[in-house]
Design a protein around this ligand. Structure first.
Ligand code: ATP
Ligand code: MG
Length: 288
């Protein structure tokens, strides 16, 4: 195995326990520094080989998840606009085998989707045996943007915390391992990233004026995230709040969470057929 980090031999580079929200706890987002790097005392430059090592290990584990075929893994990724969801998926899942990985994105619901309950469009995308699925936005939009923009009334969205807990518990009870990740950026960092989308022609396509309306509601979104995380972080489907202003730290943290989650599954290659050592690969017979 290549890489500088070998799980099981040393602790990973990031203190991921500091990022995990325990069942019943409420994350105080104002109190959490989006520029923090808990557990890691290096800088961006020193993180490059560390990230390469994590990436190699994740590649290995995902291959094993696929070969083993007994486990399903769901990663829910949530962030505000320019929070780094796409970049996280690109970097952390770089080099993984596309046959076993999917990253569905949940955008504004279509009219057909709106004609059903909010979990209707989600359920078909959960992972099957051997699969690693990353939700780029998710059913959490239905207690985040839907709440902030008052797309349904409070009585209705409040009940959704319970539905979501039950839905995820059902998935977990039926064999899905779930982790949920909130990429926590500062308003200053978002401003820089949005400005960059305005300034660089090749990034203009990512800029949406609608993002500015959402930005104006920053603190309402923070309240909505705090409530959603407090209401739905459970032992079987925990939330992690990732300080995400520094992209390199974010990538280390998400990679390590994934690695430790996959390692906890004790994955193994399926048993080989008996007598493989007796098998001889013969030449193809002569063409008749
Ligand atoms: P980027 O960060 O690159 O802009 P994105 O995830 O924001 O990517 P967009 O197509 O820009 O992708 O935005 C999707 C939009 O759909 C978001 O504003 C999100 O809040 C909205 N959305 C997602 N799910 C729902 C939902 N259930 N109800 C209402 N709006 C939703
Ligand atoms: Mg967007």
């Amino acid at each position: 195995m290549s890489g500088h980090y070998r799980a099981g031999m040393a602790r990973g580079p990031v203190d991921i326990e500091a990022l995990r929200i325990r069942e019943g706890d409420r994350p105080d987002l104002d109190d959490r520094d989006p520029r923090a790097t808990p557990g890691y005392d290096g800088d961006k430059e020193s993180s490059v080989p560390v990230m390469a090592g994590l990436n190699a290990r994740l590649e290995e584990l995902q291959e094993l998840l696929y070969a083993d075929g007994r486990h399903r893994v769901l990663v829910v990724l949530q962030a505000l606009d320019a929070g780094g969801k796409d970049g996280t998926i690109r970097h952390v899942f770089d080099g993984l085998n596309p046959a076993g990985v999917k990253a569905p994105a949940f955008k504004k619901p279509s009219s057909a989707e709106l004609a059903h309950d909010y979990l209707w469009r989600i359920h078909p995308h959960v992972p099957g045996d051997g699969e690693l699925v990353i939700f780029n936005r998710s059913h959490y939009e239905d207690v985040l943007v839907v709440r902030v923009l008052e797309l349904v009334d409070e009585k209705r969205w409040r009940k959704r915390y319970g539905h979501i807990r039950d839905f995820e518990q059902m998935l977990a009870d039926e064999g899905t391992t779930i982790i949920k990740i909130f990429l926590h950026i500062s308003p200053e960092e978002q401003a820089e990233r949005l400005q960059d989308r305005l300034d660089r022609p090749e990034k203009n396509w990512k800029f949406e004026t609608g993002d500015l309306e959402m930005r104006a509601r920053w603190w309402e979104f923070m309240d909505a995230f705090e409530d959603a995380i407090a209401e739905t972080s459970t032992d079987d489907a925990p939330w992690y709040v990732i300080p995400a202003d520094r992209k390199w730290f974010r990538n280390l943290a998400v990679s390590q969470i994934l690695i430790e989650t996959l390692e906890s599954l004790e994955l193994r290659h399926p048993p080989a057929e008996d007598g493989l050592d007796q098998i001889v690969i013969e030449d193809v017979p002569d063409r008749p």
